[in-house]
Each structure stands twice: as structure tokens, then as C-alpha cells.
Design a protein around this ligand. Structure first.
Ligand code: CA
Ligand code: CA
Length: 502
């Protein structure tokens, strides 16, 4: 029932004297609707709905948020966020910056000099035949120590039985991130956090001041690059002239790490005014690919390490490269196998480059989402790596290069229906990307205004990479009616994101 109709009904019944005294729905006590996706199938999510009065908090700073979480522990609790919480703010209200976290002798320019490919990559690790990933020396030690200081400040753990919800239309959590759960690959026995609701909050800029350079990430001997070979001859010829290496960053705006029964609804995710576009690649050729920009942000909403039963609805993800990673590694069968089951519905993705989501192991249901991107500069298998490098630079894509919405990874089974893809400079064959998986189904989706057979388009690319729509499962829970794809763009534009709960 619409709120206004409810009000009229209450006046008619004599419950309210007039609609002026009608107070709107208390969203903070709402629970996930029955059947609303995987989180409902897995037992439902009530968050803090049963909170006693002493466990209902209004918080406007990191200090108040931390105090509220500590005071209520695992009891049902409702934490209402009012205005902007800057997680990099100390208890006295001063924002901590890079210089506050940095441990001597860390200095970005010295770090860059120490591990520059022209220095570090001239000799390959004899075992891996790649540049060594083990960055030794005082700069990496100091970077790690600095990073730990920042992490202790800006990462906030959310315990079980929590509703965290923004008040009104301008609640924000910025310059840090939430962790729901606390698993690592080495402590799988630790209990998971469960039953958490996050709603109506804009998350901005989980900025990592101390990104790490990984010289071997995506590195390869590719002889299409002038001078690239595995043995060093001189400055122009040797492994230092081969492509690869990536900057990696630590923080997600929201990270589910061994969390179960979580509902993320009506939130907005972006990088605020520190978009990674502002931090272009810093090493010279051949390490000046757009993918080698200095990453100061990781995921917007990552779901890893045995997390399960999650519903992600009505969110707005924008202006960020990597949105959602489901499963961090192919080697985590024991941790993630049979888990990472997530529903994505009625979300809007705009200028979000990839991982919408990228899935390993999970049975993922994605319906009625709208994806808007631009693939100018995307690698094309027809060309050499070096030609693609030149093309990407030439393309001058001002946003994040579209690299496919769904990453079809190991043992994943994605069920996509009635989604809408608007991909400039691309079509159905890059709506998704096969990354080690073999199953994918799409029905009813539209690509660039036309009904599209995405499975057929993917399977036409490479005879060695094929997907079958025989997933072995079917979605059990639909929280909202599946809209015809043609109605999705207007619907998500009106409803997706923080400030739009109604
Ligand atoms: Ca990372
Ligand atoms: Ca992450």
C-alpha cells in the first residue's frame, strides 16, 4: 500500500486524526521481505529490527559509530547515520591524512624508484620466471606499516544482528570502509557474522593512501612489445621492457568477509572527488597502460571468503572500476565452494568498468539491473597485446573502460534475466566475459536497445571458451516482480541509490 493511501485508511479507521499527524514508515525496523533473493532463501534478514530502545542509536561521527557498535555488541541494534561520517577523522574531529599514517622512511617517490620496472624487473625470479613479487627493502616494509595504521583507523567491523541505515536523503560514510565478518584465508574456523542490513547510505572513497605495486601481476613475456624478452641485454632489451605489473589497493567500501544473511539496499557507491582517473599510470613505457594507473580504491561491494545468502537491491554503483568481486581466488574451493550465493536486483551501474559482479563458485541471480558503460579502448583478441596497448591509449576513454558486466569464473553459475545493457563501442559479446567458468544463462535481456542472445555471442568468440546455459539451479526467491527489460531503465533511475527509500 502506498503511504498516502495508508494514511487515508488510518484516518478513516479513526487511528489518526488527520494526515498531518501521520508519521511515515519506520524504515529502520524493516526486515528483508520473504522470498527476496538469496538472503531470504538462506533464512531471512532481520538485522537489528528487534532492538530494545537502548540499542537504537543516532550517529554522526566515527567516534559515535564505534561507541554504538561496542555498546550493543551482538545484540539486535539499529544504528541510524545522520549526515556524513568521515572514517578518517580522529576522535577530536581532525581528518587524518597520508602524512599522519605514514611510517618512516615511507615516501611514495622513493617507493616508486625502488621498485620501478627498469630497476626491479631486469632480473627474473628463476623459479617463477617472472619479476619477484617479494618486494624487499625499507620502502615496502614502511609502506606495510603505514598501511596497517591506516587500516586500524578506517576499517570498521560490523557485528551480527545490525541494521545500519541512513536518516533522510544525505547520509554518507566516506574515506573508509565497513567489514562484515572477519575471515582470512588462514582462519576459516572463525565464526561468521550474520544477519546484517545496510540501507540508504552513500559510501564514498575508501581511499588507500598506501597502494602496493605488484610487479608480477598480469606480467608476461610478450614479444609484440619492442625489446621484451626474458634475459636482460641493455636498457632497451630485457624483461623490464615486457608489459604487466599492477598497483593494488586494500579497501572496499563494504566488504563481506565470511558474512551470511546480509541485505544491502538503496545504497550509493562511488569514489567521491578522488576518482582513480586522477591518478594515471606513473611508470614509463611499457608500464603506462590504463590498467596500470595508481589504484587507490579496491571494490565497492566485495563478497568473499565463504560469505553466503546475500541480497543486493536498489543500489547505485558509479564512476569506479571494480564493483563487486565474489570469490577472491580459484584456489579457495574449501572456503567458497557451495557458497557466495547472491541476488542482485534493480541496481544501476554507471561508468563502472568491471566486476558487476565477477563470480567464482557462486550461484548468482541477477535481474532487472541497468548497466551503462563505454568499451572504447578495450582489448581486442584480433590484435597483439602491444597493438591493444596503443589502441587503448589512442581511444582516450574518459571513464572506466567497460570490460563486461559479469565475470564468469570458476564453478560459477550466473542466472541473468531481464537486464539492460547500454554499452557504447560494444555489444552482446562483451555484456559478460568468460574467466574460467563454463555456465551462464541469460533470458530476456536487452543490449543497446535490442533483445540479445548473450550466450550465443560469448560462445562465438573463442571455441576453447564456451558456456552452457544448463546451470543446475533455478532462482527460488523473487522479492519483487520481474519487470520487462524495457521498463528497467526508468525504474532504476527513479529508485536505485541512497536517498530514495519510499
Ligand atoms: Ca585488491
Ligand atoms: Ca576487495
Amino acid at each position: 500500500m502506498k503511504r498516502s493511501m495508508l494514511c487515508v485508511a488510518l484516518v478513516t479507521a479513526g487511528v489518526l486524526s488527520s494526515c498531518a499527524s501521520y508519521s511515515p514508515t519506520d524504515f529502520s525496523r524493516q526486515t528483508l521481505a520473504a522470498q527476496d533473493g538469496w538472503a531470504a532463501v538462506g533464512g531471512g534478514v532481520t538485522g537489528g529490527a528487534a532492538a530494545k530502545d537502548e540499542n537504537v542509536f543516532v550517529v554522526s561521527s566515527r567516534k559515535e559509530l564505534v561507541a554504538a557498535l561496542k555498546s550493543a555488541g551482538d545484540q539486535p541494534k539499529i544504528i541510524k547515520v545522520k549526515g556524513t561520517i568521515n572514517l578518517s577523522m580522529d576522535d577530536a574531529g581532525r581528518e587524518l591524512l597520508e602524512t599522519d599514517y605514514a611510517v618512516a622512511p615511507y615516501n611514495f617517490d622513493d617507493y616508486v624508484k625502488a621498485y620501478a620496472p627498469a630497476v626491479w624487473n631486469t632480473k627474473l625470479d628463476p623459479k617463477t620466471k617472472r619479476p619477484s613479487r617479494d618486494l624487499t627493502g625499507p620502502q615496502e616494509e614502511a609502506r606495510e606499516a603505514s598501511s596497517k595504521r591506516q587500516e586500524a583507523q578506517i576499517r570498521i567491523s560490523i557485528p551480527s544482528n545490525t541494521t545500519l541505515i541512513g536518516i533522510g536523503t544525505d547520509a554518507k560514510i566516506i574515506k573508509g570502509g565497513l567489514v562484515i565478518g572477519r575471515r582470512t584465508t588462514s582462519n576459516n574456523a572463525e565464526p561468521v557474522v550474520s544477519n546484517v542490513i545496510i540501507r540508504n547510505i552513500e559510501f564514498q572513497d575508501a581511499f588507500d593512501y598506501f597502494p602496493q605495486w605488484d610487479p608480477a601481476d598480469s606480467w608476461k613475456v610478450d614479444k609484440s612489445y619492442p625489446g621484451c624478452q626474458d634475459t636482460y641485454v641493455d636498457a632497451n632489451t630485457g624483461p623490464q621492457r615486457c608489459p604487466g605489473g599492477r598497483w593494488n589497493s586494500e579497501y572496499d567500501s563494504v566488504w563481506l568477509s565470511g558474512a551470511e544473511r546480509v541485505w544491502v539496499d538503496h545504497c550509493t557507491f562511488n569514489d567521491g572527488d578522488r576518482n582513480d582517473k586522477k591518478f594515471p599510470p606513473n611508470f614509463p613505457f611499457p608500464h603506462n597502460e590504463v590498467t596500470q594507473k595508481i589504484q587507490h580504491h579496491d571494490g565497492m561491494l566485495d563478497i568473499t571468503l565463504g560469505s553466503n545468502f546475500v541480497t543486493v537491491s536498489n543500489n547505485y554503483f558509479h564512476d569506479h572500476d571494480k564493483s563487486s568481486l565474489l570469490g577472491g581466488s580459484d584456489g579457495l574451493d574449501k572456503v567458497d565452494g557451495g557458497k557466495l550465493n547472491v541476488t542482485f536486483r534493480h541496481n544501476l551501474y554507471e561508468n563502472a568498468g568491471q566486476r558487476l559482479p565477477r563470480v567464482r563458485f557462486g550461484q548468482v541471480h541477477t535481474y532487472n539491473n541497468h548497466y551503462i558503460g563505454d568499451a572504447a579502448g578495450l582489448d581486442n583478441a584480433k590484435f597483439s597485446a602491444y597493438q591493444n596497448h596503443l589502441n587503448a591509449i589512442e581511444a582516450h576513454n574518459k571513464g572506466n573502460i567497460w570490460r563486461g558486466a559479469f565475470g564468469i569464473g570458476k564453478n560459477s553459475a550466473i542466472f541473468s534475466e531481464n537486464n539492460v545493457f547500454d554499452i557504447k563501442h560494444g555489444g552482446a559479446d562483451i555484456a559478460a566475459v568468460i574467466q574460467g567458468g563454463t555456465k551462464f544463462l541469460d533470458q530476456g535481456s536487452i543490449v543497446n536497445g535490442q533483445p540479445a542472445d548473450i550466450v550465443k555471442a560469448l560462445n562465438a568468440l573463442d571455441p576453447k571458451k564456451q558456456v552452457s546455459p544448463d546451470l543446475g539451479w533455478k532462482p527460488a526467491g523473487y522479492g519483487a516482480k520481474v519487470l520487462p527489460a524495457a521498463e528497467v531503465p526508468a525504474y532504476v533511475k527513479a529508485n536505485a541509490g541512497a536517498g530514495k527509500l519510499k
